[in-house]
Design a protein around this ligand. Structure first.
Ligand code: TRP
Ligand code: ZN
Length: 891
């Protein structure tokens, strides 16, 4: 907590550390009230650092003892203040002994060492290690660690840390110990320990090389029936990284531990990944298909960090996307490869792009917009963003699009060959890609340095006489905070051309010599847009085609392209690129939603009959096309979300958007009722539950059909939902039915909500779902959310629980949150202020819910500004919240 104005840190100010740490030995006496930590480290002065002091960071710590080469450092030998311990006159080679004391039970920030349900856990990324001991806590300082844990044997029977267990035993006095050694050099943010009453599922697994490794998934007693999927996901991850990237697990033991109090999804600590329970625990009773998929991708993500993040790490936190963007790309490819089918891959791609558009595009257009490699930050925790992760992944994906899969693999190989064991930069990664591919990727750097979502405008011209077709691409990028003008990006634009029969035409670019002679001309081509505007000429084009542009979403841009409704319906029905087939439907729906929202704003009545139009016909065609994969149908038949529609408007009217989306859903429900019923019946998945993509896709479409049918709110619809609720044998169907009931006027809805709670009150993750479903329900207003906060199961201290109710309401129920009287904003401010003292990181996430306030109607803006100013005026605001609020008010 602070009283001054927090200072920004700049990328340009990077300087190497004055000392390197070689070895670290730590002894922990674990006690929830007062833990003592003795650290011995050996350091060597960096070249060119003679005369410089040694800088160590420490926060929320008591310094008990400080010795240099065995001798106590006197009061004149160091200064301590503002989280920095500076030691003077340090020799070139030195051994430092530091003893610290800390209070895990009082640590509600969940950074550093803390307790959760009586057990000990750590979270050190980004700067949590400094809450354990004084240390040069920066990622370019890499050392080997040996750790001894001592604790009461009954209360803490399990003692875990990174690497290999080399010794354990009794201490006599009811206490015991364990010694762990991590043979690999690592930055301090990858340190971890876990101690407490936990049990594990374990297996030995044989690597391709024949070496056997021990895999463990640790959970609280009573959860061993929920670990199989995480274990399977881990084995799949290990195999996938061997096959796709030739990367082997380097340790003999790999552990995953689940904890119920956790700020984010999971953490890739070397050999000891710590996970939010949400991304470990699953069985059919408590977890949905989406939960199963989430577990697979997060287990993969953290495992893949072992190479992209741990073996090769970041020089400084500005390079965060070096590991996060790359690792998200790897987990996305992993999930896609596991599905295997073309259609399944497309579904995964659409889902990933949906996240990007729903969350990252708004970030890139708002006051917190920042480049994939930021130039400055106040609090690094605020930069674990969708830009760093998801846009970062898109940037990595573009290398693969430009270099090809094999070229990309060569680049990865070179990257590891050059940088294994090092702390490096995004430029190093780009250089490896460029050198391996023999390509000039200097312009590509702009994807790292410029914020904002580029727009690409498409214009076409067909010359019938010359049988030529021209595509002109023109790029621009809007200003973002601190970046008024942008240079042109290097943008890969994948295109195809459809003939009037809906088939792909062979593509022959005028600039490519001998293209005609090729026996098989490609049907998708990657055009490289590097200038502000470029025209590409295709020849031998027999008829005027319908262009399919930005296939598979080949770049994270907004495409401005004019299609008629008929062309969109044609693409939706015919494009060989499944992503663009989906995209065409979304464009069609978006066009209609924007027109209707305009009508509502002008006070016009919405006309039901007008909706058996291009959209109704296109949806009907999709819904009745038996050749389509159900998972794809579900995505294609889902209207753009309210927040995605909002993004398209200059002045957002949340209630108008909500009204229109419901209106359209009801129109589609009644126009296609019979087809929805058929889809419902034909996509049932009888028998034992399995989360495989085919079954999950069927359930997805069936439950989408249910949600449309229930829009009609009649007795038959209620009966269908109620019977699904009563008969469900898995959480996917149960929660979908409950949601359908709660969002309708079904007579059984209150009873269903109550019985759901009774049935699952022992399952924290399901209670989260119960809160979240209510927070996002149509009828839930601010008063109802405040009421839910009084429920005995509610707690602000547990991040999952806080997210389930408060974040779900503020981010997932826009029509109620943006109540015209501003009551939603007052609620928001109350909760940001309350969370600020408990957990600044979580508070700052919630603070972001108002960062697009300038996009709303003036009356709403005034009320949002008032709420923002109330938070800004709060005493002892954390750096985290202060940064978000002050940037929101400034831009
Ligand atoms: N590096 C982690 C990941 O991407 C995320 C992470 C960063 C994190 N900081 C954290 C998780 C703090 C929990 C708490 O997978
Ligand atoms: Zn990560």
């Amino acid at each position: 907590m602070r009283t001054d104005t927090p200072q920004a840190i700049y990328r340009k100010d990077y300087t190497p550390p004055s000392y390197w740490v070689n070895t670290v030995e730590m002894g922990f006496d674990l006690d929830p009230d007062l833990t003592r930590v003795a650290t011995r480290m050996t350091l060597s002065r960096n070249i060119g650092s003679r005369g410089k002091s040694l800088v160590l960071y420490g926060e929320s710590l008591e310094l008990v003892q400080l010795r240099m080469n065995g001798k106590e450092v006197g009061k004149r030998g160091y200064t301590l203040g503002n989280g920095v311990l500076e030691i003077f006159n340090v020799p070139a080679e030195v051994t430092l002994d530091i003893e610290t004391a800390l209070r895990p039970n009082q640590n509600t920030s969940l950074m550093g060492l803390y307790t959760s349900n009586g057990n000990f856990f750590t979270q050190c990324e980004a700067e949590g290690f400094r809450k354990i001991t004084f240390f040069p806590d920066r990622p370019d300082v890499m050392a080997t660690y040996k750790v001894m844990l001592r604790a009461d044997k009954d209360k803490y029977p399990v003692l875990l840390s990174n690497g290999n267990l080399i010794e354990e035993g009794d201490l006599g006095d009811g206490r015991h110990y364990a010694v762990w050694e991590d043979p690999f050099k690592k930055p301090s943010y990858l340190f971890a320990l876990v101690a407490g009453q936990l049990v594990c599922q374990e297996e030995t697994y044989k690597l391709q090389s024949g070496r056997e490794v021990l895999l463990q998934v640790w959970v609280e007693e009573g959860n061993l029936d929920k670990t199989q999927h995480a274990m399977d996901s881990l084995k799949n991850s290990i195999r996938w990284d061997e096959e796709r990237f030739g990367l082997e697990l380097d340790l003999d033991r790999f552990m995953i531990v689940a904890v119920g109090d956790f700020n984010m999804g999971a953490m890739e600590n070397k050999g000891l990944n710590i996970f939010n329970t949400k991304f470990v625990l699953a069985n059919p009773r408590i977890a949905t298909d989406a939960d199963y998929a989430g577990i697979e991708s997060v287990v993969g993500h953290e495992y893949f960090h072992n190479w992209t993040g741990n073996r090769v790490t970041c020089r400084d936190w500005f390079q965060l996307s070096l590991k996060e963007g790359l690792t998200v790309f790897r987990d996305q490819e992993f999930s896609a490869d596991l599905i295997g089918t073309d259609s399944g891959r497309a579904v995964k791609r659409i889902e990933d792009v949906r996240v990007l558009r729903q969350a990252q595009f708004p970030e890139d257009a708002g006051p917190m917009a920042h480049p994939v490699r930021p130039d400055s930050y106040v609090e690094i925790n605020n930069f674990y963003t969708v830009t760093i992760y998801e846009k970062g992944s898109e940037v990595v994906r573009m290398y693969q699009t430009l270099l090809g899969r094999d070229g990309f693999r060569k680049g990865m190989d070179l990257y590891f060959q050059r940088h294994d064991g090092q702390a490096v930069t995004c430029d190093d990664f780009r250089a490896a890609m460029a050198d391996a591919g023999g390509r000039d990727l200097s312009q590509f750097e702009l994807w790292y340095s410029q914020a904002g979502t580029p727009r690409v405008k498409v214009e076409t011209r067909y010359d019938e006489v010359a049988q030529s077709y021209m595509i002109t691409l023109t790029q621009s990028c809007p200003p973002t905070p601190g970046q008024p003008n942008k240079l042109p990006f290097h943008i890969p634009v994948a295109v195809g051309l459809l003939d009037s029969g809906g088939r792909d035409m062979p593509l022959v670019l005028d600039s490519v010599e001998g293209g005609d002679d090729r026996s098989v001309a490609p049907t998708t081509m990657v055009l490289e847009l590097t200038e502000p505007s470029q025209t590409f000429h295709f020849r031998n084009v027999r008829e005027e085609p319908v262009p399919s542009v930005l296939r598979n979403f080949s770049a994270p841009v907004i495409l401005d392209i004019e299609y008629t409704d008929a062309q969109l319906a044609f693409l939706m029905a015919n494009d060989s690129d499944a992503f663009n087939r989906w995209e065409a439907g979304q464009r069609l729906a978006m066009r209609r939603m924007l027109a209707l929202t305009e009508a509502v704003k002008n006070g016009e009545a919405l006309d039901r009959n007008a909706d058996e139009n291009a959209l109704g016909a296109a949806f009907r065609a999709t819904l009745t096309d038996n050749a389509l994969d159900p998972a794809f149908c579900e995505l294609a038949l889902t209207l753009p979300s309210e927040s995605v529609v909002a993004e398209q408007m200059d002045v957002v009217h949340p209630q108008a958007i909500h009204q229109v989306r419901r209106f359209l859903r009801r129109a589609l429900a009644s126009a296609l009722r019979f087809q929805w019923e058929v889809a419902y019946q034909s996509n049932r998945t009888p028998g034992a539950y399995s989360p495989d993509p085919v079954s999950a896709g069927k359930r997805g479409l069936k439950n989408l059909a249910l949600s449309y049918i229930v829009e009609l709110d009649d007795g038959d619809a209620h009966k269908l939902a109620q019977s699904q609720y009563d008969n469900a044998n898995n959480m996917t169907d149960r929660i979908a039915a409950l949601s359908a009931l709660v969002n309708s006027n079904a007579p059984g809805k209150d009873a269903a909500l109550a019985s759901f709670y009774e049935d699952f009150k022992q399952e924290a993750l399901v209670v989260d779902k119960w809160f979240s479903l209510q927070a996002m329900a149509r009828h839930t207003d601010v008063a109802a959310v405040r009421e839910l906060m009084n429920h005995p199961a509610f707690s602000l201290r547990n991040p999952n629980r806080a997210r389930s109710l408060i974040f779900s309401f503020c981010n997932g129920n826009p029509a109620q949150f943006h109540a015209p009287d501003g009551s939603g904003y007052e609620f928001w401010a109350d909760q940001v202020i309350a969370l600020n003292t408990i957990n600044p990181q979580v508070a700052a996430r919630l603070a972001r819910s108002l960062d697009r306030w300038r996009k709303y109607a003036p009356e709403l803006q005034d009320r949002m500004r008032a709420a923002l100013q109330r938070v800004a005026a709060t005493k002892s605001l954390s750096k985290d919240v202060h940064e978000v609020i002050s940037k929101s008010l400034a831009h």
